[in-house]
Ligand binder design. Structure first.
Ligand code: AMP
Ligand code: ZN
Length: 113
């Protein structure tokens, strides 16, 4: 079976897409943990942060730039928001295609559980 987020990137599985270009796609999280909760992923399959290579540096940076642009468009940038990327089991990763969580719209707790 193909990777879930590769299928979303190829639009063979539907998602509530906010933005996309040749490199990245952003869509609403299906189980939002905050009033604003979306994911930014590379269209290229990268399984975990541990699989990043030096040549992915610009693509990885683009995830953050895209997150910031959407957060600004959603009006949460000034109040603030959180970027999270979970890695492997202890990090809480459940979908093995890297994704940047963007959470905002409420005061978030720290530290996370
Ligand atoms: P993580 O636990 O960091 O791997 O996060 C995976 C995230 O993907 C969770 O927040 C899920 O709610 C979200 N998710 C899983 N399936 C979908 C889907 N089909 N569309 C949108 N978000 C999803
Ligand atoms: Zn994938």
């Amino acid at each position: 079976m193909e990777c879930l987020f590769c299928s979303i990137a190829k639009q063979t599985i539907p998602a509530d897409i906010i933005y996309q270009d040749d490199d990245v796609i952003a869509f609403h999280d299906i189980a939002p943990q905050a009033p604003n909760h979306f994911l930014v992923i590379p269209k290229k399959h990268i399984t975990t942060i541990n699989d990043l290579e030096p040549e992915d540096a610009s693509l990885f940076g683009k995830l953050a730039i895209t997150a910031k642009q959407i957060a600004t468009a959603q009006g949460i940038a000034d109040n603030g928001y959180r970027l999270v990327m979970n890695c492997n089991e202890d990090g809480g990763q459940t979908v093995y295609h890297i994704h940047l969580h963007v959470l905002g719209g409420r005061k978030l707790q720290w530290p996370p559980g």
